[in-house]
Design a protein around this ligand. Structure first.
Ligand SMILES: Nc1ncnc2c1ncn2[C@@H]1O[C@H](COP(=O)(O)OP(=O)(O)O)[C@@H](O)[C@H]1O
Ligand SMILES: [Mg+2]
Length: 313
């Protein structure tokens, strides 16, 4: 098995605080709850995903995504599963640390710098059904690497006017990567997050998003509500499914999971074998999380390009 059964999702928006990390956590754990073997990769040098999943001192980890990518760009051999941690809710995590920002600087002059993550994932994919790339809030080197490595893009957007403006730049970047580096890249959909749909502002902004992009890109039907429980779940190192299983946030994220899980193939290849090689990470009581069909694809970047002339912004 060459990892062709595995689907790589990039959760992307250059704006911070729109729910990328929360969406990565809950999509990943949600898919794992359906029996999928899932890896979440933290691509942000601020390591908020790593910290919120239960590793509060990422700089003390001996192997992170920065270590692995450093070896790739230096053309050194890697053990692809090294550094991967296991969360109590059944997902694996490829952690990040501040070292990643130094690595991004080193990558600037590296050969094939946009494809470093793709090379790393080529070796990791066979062990997983889905890999979720939690991107940093920029369109810089790591996001470009994520788009070069991904099969599908999920764009969390807060229904606020300023969030909408950045979407054009984001879609243009996706289109460029698709054209030059990764022809298989597709936008899976725009996910409305932190939504308080009772306000006129949110409703109006959603209408603008639908008007501007709805014809070319899928907008997931179920917005993720603004919910204090989501913040609390992050602090507790848990998914919304574990924290408040019957809440509105769990319901909304389950809808997102459902729309993706149907598209993953059941064939897990030699995933189980590879996954068994993972060394158990010692459980730390102080770290909450630490435990050691049919593709309903609605739009392509191409079709976005085609309608660019009608751009609203
Ligand atoms: N739907 C939501 N309701 C309430 N708070 C949320 C929601 N989604 C995310 N948050 C909180 O908002 C902040 C930013 O979310 P995060 O996922 O870290 O954004 P990003 O990764 O895009 O920077 C975090 O404190 C998170 O707990
Ligand atoms: Mg984040």
């Amino acid at each position: 098995m060459d990892g062709g059964h595995c689907r790589v999702y990039a959760v992307v928006n250059q704006k911070g605080g729109v729910g990328k990390s929360v969406t990565s956590t809950n999509l990943g754990i949600g898919l794992a709850r359906h029996g999928r073997k899932v890896l979440i990769a933290d691509l942000d040098s601020q390591a908020s995903q790593t910290i919120s999943l239960g590793w509060p001192r990422p700089d003390e980890l001996t192997c992170t995504i920065a270590t692995q990518l450093g070896k790739i760009i230096e053309n050194k051999p890697i053990d692809p599963l090294k550094g991967i941690l296991r969360h109590a809710e059944g997902v694996d995590l490829l952690p990040s640390s501040i070292e990643l920002s130094g690595l991004e600087m080193r990558m600037v002059n590296a050969f094939e710098r946009e494809r470093a993550l793709r090379s790393l994932l080529a070796e990791i994919r066979p062990g997983y059904d889905a890999i979720i790339l939690d991107c940093p809030p920029t369109l810089g080197m790591m996001t470009v690497n994520a788009l070069a490595a991904a099969d599908r893009v999920i764009v969390p957007v807060q229904p606020e006017y300023l969030s909408v403006i950045g979407m054009t730049q984001l879609f243009d970047t996706v289109a460029l990567i698709k054209k030059h580096i990764n022809p298989g890249l597709q936008i899976k959909g725009v996910l409305i997050t932190l939504a308080n749909m009772r306000t006129n502002l949110a409703r109006n902004t959603l209408a603008i998003i639908k008007e501007a992009y709805g014809g070319s890109v899928r907008i997931f039907g179920q917005p993720i509500p603004y919910a204090t429980k989501i913040k609390e779940a992050s602090v507790a190192g848990k998914s919304v499914f574990a924290y408040e299983p019957n809440g509105s946030a769990a319901f909304a994220y389950e809808k997102l999971v459902q729309s993706n899980q149907n598209t993953l193939r059941r064939d897990r290849g030699n995933g189980a074998v590879l996954a068994d090689r993972l060394t158990a990470v010692p459980y730390d009581e102080k770290c909450p999380g630490n435990a050691g069909g049919q593709d309903r694809y609605f739009g392509t970047v191409q079709s976005f390009e085609e309608r660019k002339g009608r751009r609203v912004f």
